[in-house]
Design a protein around this ligand. Structure first.
Ligand code: ADP
Length: 358
């Protein structure tokens, strides 16, 4: 009784099959299928519309028909990975229509298995992302131009305010003017950091975030950064127990940027007068650097997302653009290192990154 209530009617295999066929045929998404030799076995009407080939034209043909020349290697590797059980989900690439035009797509591929669980082919859902890509490119171009345009007047303002600040410090008389100038200078520095983040973001998007690799003593670098951060951040107790020389090959100013970003975040997201501790620890051929705070912490489900572009745990936080961690992780990746967070809400966060020792 109970059994039939859960499974009101068991359908015959052919009924299930015809329902599936109906779903595939009526789908607005282009659904295609191939066997393991990359020969096309399925081609729904949405795929006909997207690629310009009819079902009759493509069945039995190689999938290479719709793959642009420069993407053929990528497809071969993809099929190898799929055969090894890897998943392909929303992968951005390019495909070619019957008329030869090449366009941007996002593809998701799932294995098709027989009754014995053996993979006998793959089904692919293809989304045309041409418009989306155009908008993304326009956004990146706009951000990059805006950031460049903003930087020039800002540099001038900063130079003027610094020269006034030096003058008033020498005179040492007008304390009000001095504190006002200090404020202007601090705000201009914040603007400078935000604009630099925007510029770095567009460099990453266009693959132009270049690194200048050279030998670096990481221990010395951490000490220098901590000293600088103590000067601009009097509200937190920043600690680092210096170690022996740590030799790595890296881009010194980019690693400094990562450290500054992690310490600034630790300060931004933890109560005043709490402690921020930096640690360096050797792990075989790597060095692990940790920045530990006693702040609000990050919920477990958000911990992966915070490294995404523009992601902020609290939306519309006025503390930045949500780019700092994204850029930091890209910099660490460019050094073939890893970056991750361990955190408990209400207890604090530890941001770690690794770099290779020489
Ligand atoms: P931004 O600080 O500009 O928002 P980030 O990329 O540096 O951008 O950080 C992304 C988000 O991660 C922040 O908005 C914040 O919600 C969270 N976050 C980063 N560092 C910490 C930290 N030390 N403690 C708690 N939350 C943090």
């Amino acid at each position: 009784m109970l059994h039939s209530a859960i499974h009101p009617q068991s359908k015959t295999e052919s009924e299930v099959q015809s329902r599936l066929d109906f779903l595939v045929r009526s789908s607005n998404d282009a659904i295609t299928g191939t066997d393991i030799n990359r020969e096309i076995t399925l081609w729904n009407p949405a795929a006909e519309k997207l690629y310009g080939y009819t079902e009759e034209e493509v069945l039995g043909q190689s999938i290479d028909l719709i793959v642009p020349k420069e993407r053929k290697k990528e497809v071969l590797k993809m099929f190898k990975d799929l055969a090894n059980g890897k998943l392909v989900s929303d992968f951005a690439t390019k495909r070619m229509r019957k008329d030869g035009t090449i366009f941007d797509v996002a593809i998701t591929i799932s294995p098709i298995k027989n009754d014995f669980g053996q993979v006998i082919g793959f089904s692919t859902i293809t989304r045309d992302i041409t418009e989306h890509k155009k908008i993304e490119d326009l956004k990146a171009e706009f951000l990059s131009t805006a950031a460049h345009e903003l930087r020039t007047p800002l540099t001038t303002l900063k130079l003027i305010s610094e020269s006034h600040l030096r003058k008033y410090k020498k005179l040492g008389k007008d304390q009000i003017k001095l504190s006002e100038l200090n404020l202007i200078n601090t705000e201009l520095s914040k603007l400078n950091l935000l604009i630099n983040d925007l510029l770095d973001d567009s460099r990453i998007e266009t693959g132009k975030l270049y690194m200048r690799f050279a030998p670096v003593d990481l221990n010395r670098l951490i000490q220098t950064v901590v000293r600088k951060m103590k000067v601009i951040n009097k509200n937190h107790n920043i600690l680092y127990k210096k170690s022996k020389e740590i030799s790595i090959i890296g881009d010194v100013s980019r690693i400094e940027q990562v450290l500054v970003n992690l310490i600034s975040n630790a300060a931004k997201y933890s109560p005043i007068f709490s402690t921020i501790t930096l640690r360096s620890e050797k792990l075989n051929d790597k060095i692990k650097v940790s920045v530990i705070d006693e702040g609000q912490g990050i919920p477990i489900e958000k911990q992966k997302l915070i490294f995404d572009r523009f992601y902020q745990v609290k939306e519309k936080s006025n503390k930045g653009f949500g780019l700092g961690l994204y850029i930091s992780k890209e910099i660490v990746n460019a050094h073939k290192g890893k970056m991750w967070v361990e955190s408990r809400v209400g207890k604090g966060s530890t941001f770690n990154f690794t770099l290779h020792l020489i």
